[in-house]
Every structure is written in structure tokens, then in C-alpha cells.
Design a protein around this ligand. Sequence first.
Ligand code: SF4
Length: 430
Amino acid sequence: MPDTDIVSKKIAIQGNGIKITPELKAQIAAEGYYPIALTWLQDDITGPFSFTGYGDESPFELRDVDGHYAVYENGKYFTDATFYKKPDFFDKQHTAKGLEGQSQDTIFIDEGMSGVITPCGTSKDYDSEGDLFKITKGRFPYVTVACYNGLVIWPAWGCLYTRAKSECKFCCIPGDYNEHKLLHNDDDYWTNLGETFAAAVEEIGPEIGQVSLTVDSGTLPGADKGAHVYIKVLETLRARLGYLPELLYRRAVIEPPLDFEWLQRLADAGFTDIQMDVDVYDPQERRYVMPNAKGNRPLADYIKAFRKAKEIFPGEVATQLVAGIQSDENLLKGVEHFASEGIPTLVTPFLPFGHGRDWRATGEVDVPSADRMRRIYDKAAAILTKYNVPPPNFRGGVSSLAETMGRRLKRVNALTHPKDLNPRPVSVAA
Ligand code: SF4
């Protein structure tokens, strides 16, 4: 019988994170799990993010209970949790030129995962010998598992607005703009990206059709907002494999290009889905939270881009709004406005990473409570249902809207640790 309360449990954990001791984290990694941050609460319920640094003050804590992992709330059993296995292709990582093997003063993917981005050198996690515990040692995996059953490629970590010191206040990517983040400027990056993707396709095998591909980055300079780099990603994969595999979807996450011709080019290159994040709905709130060209972009531009994209892309055209950094009323107005255009909104909670961590420290914003998120999800679900719009396909560990609407996703075996391949009895530990 499915645990009907499991979505509420996910939402409850999501705003708090999960405390994981450095020792337990090292054990999880040694057992061959990756990425630590993408948990599963059940085989068809994706979990919330789980890692330290965010969950240090959390009432939720991960424990090893007789050889499997469970989340405890204030010392009491709450739910079981598992992680993806570490795929072999994750070992293929990019290091910026001249920085071979060195930790660098730039951003990178910490803790063997993506979706959590931490500045190098500021992690407070230590292994049992007291050394900084960093799986990637400041290098970038070419292809990561950053959303559930999903491969993600970031051809650039830099963002134009960070360079201009006008970054969005909630931005999860910390640090300053520098060339080491612009992976697409490095020829080696492209060669090895193709190799890594080929390795991923081979490793995943026949289940590749159940896996999605997402290309994402900060906003890049130019009227195309970086679309030419996204196109180069698919061209590189196609050139290496000789074809583009049939995936669940091939999704571009991008700010709407100024010239909509680029939308057509993205679709022609092989993207089936597109997500153009509005993030904040009310124009005045937009300008305050995003003091840059994105925040000043009229909503009407997004609506035009959505309409154009819906004509072009065979899959989903979606957007995102972030709860906790705008009034719930305005957020829901946005969900309704976009739903009336046939566009699903990925509703995500504000999480305190990167610049968002600094913003939270001012006391101006906080992570929305579980009750608040539950109310928002319920109302957003009712709006999408009213407009006959399905929940967004994408789930990156930061939204429970799809689950609230009853959508489930089965973890693919190829990314599942052998230990978790067979259903095991639900823990009854006290
Ligand atoms: S949220 Fe996106 S657009 Fe805004 S500063 Fe960060 S990477 Fe750039």
C-alpha cells in the first residue's frame, strides 16, 4: 500500500534539510552512492535535498539503521531514505586549464552531487582524518544526475548578471564571475563532454529512454542568452554518438532569447522541451529581487516567448516561480496566469544557497515553512487542474508539486545501487 502521507513527509523535510554527519557522508560515498543530495523516500517518491550545510540546524537526521538509511526527526524514526548509486561516468570530470587537481577559487559541485553548489574552500565538512571532504576536489563533472532520472549538462557556470554584480538575490550559485566557470570556452571541454555522454548512454543501457536530459547554465552574454552554446551541446552529443538518443525529454532551461528565432534553432537542434523561468511574478518584486535585465524584462515578453515555444517544441513548455521570495498571493496569480496559457509552473521553495544564503542572513527572507509550502502546492495543484494543465515534468529535488498532484516517477535500475534494487521491508525502528 502506498504511504499516502509520504508527500507531506517530503515537504516537511524539504524546508529543513537533513543533518548528515561527515562520517556518515563518507560512509555513504564509500558504499558507492551518488549523488548524496538526491534522495528517494520510496521507489517512486523522489525525496528532498539532503545534505549538511543546509540541514545543520534541522530536526531531521540521517542514520544508518541495521545496514540501511533512515531519516529521524528529533530522534524518532520518520522515514526511510536511499540515494542514487554513483555512476561510473561521474568520474569523468573537467578541470579548468592550469588548475589540474587543485581546489580553486570558483564554484564547483560539492559532495558528489549537483543541484547543491558550494564555493570551493568554504565547506565545513571534514573526513575522519580531518581533511576537507570533497569528492570532486574542485572539478566539474561533465554530465551529472542533477534531477531525478535525469542527466544534466552545464556548459557554463558563470552568469552575466554575476559579472555585472547585479545577480538575482536568491541565486543559488555563489561567488564571482570568472572564466573558469565558462566551460564552453575550453575546446577540451567539448571533446570530453561527448566522451562522457557516450559513457553515460552505454552505462544506462536499455533504460536510456526513461532518462531525461537537461541543459542549463547561468545567463550568457548575447541576444541569444546563450542558446548557441546549448545548441553546441546537442551538436556535440550527436556528433559523438552519430545520433541523439530518444530520451524522456531533452530540455533547455534558458532565459527567453531576445530574438525568438533562437527558440526555433533550439528546437531544430533537438530540444523537445523548454523551461523559461520567470521566478518572481509581480513586476515591482521582480525588479527588486532581480536587479538586472531579467528582472526588468516585461512579463509580456515571457508570455510571447511561451506562446512561440508552444508552437515549436513538441514537449513541455514550462516556467518556475520561487516561493518565499515573493508574496504567496502574487506567486499564485502567476501560476494562474501561466496556466491560462497552458504553461505549468514548477513551484519551488527558496533555499539558502549561494547568494540566497547571504540574502537570508539579512533576515529579509527565509525558507518557507512546510505548512506554507503545503498550502501553496495545494492551491497551485487546484489551479493547474482547473486549467487542465499537467504538473511539470521536471523535478530537481526542489518541488513537491508533481507528487502533490499524484505524479510518481520510478527510479531507473541503472542508476540504483545494487543494495536498493530489491524492495526491502519498511523500517519499523523506534
Ligand atoms: S539566478 Fe540565474 S539569472 Fe539570476 S544571477 Fe543566478 S544564474 Fe544568473
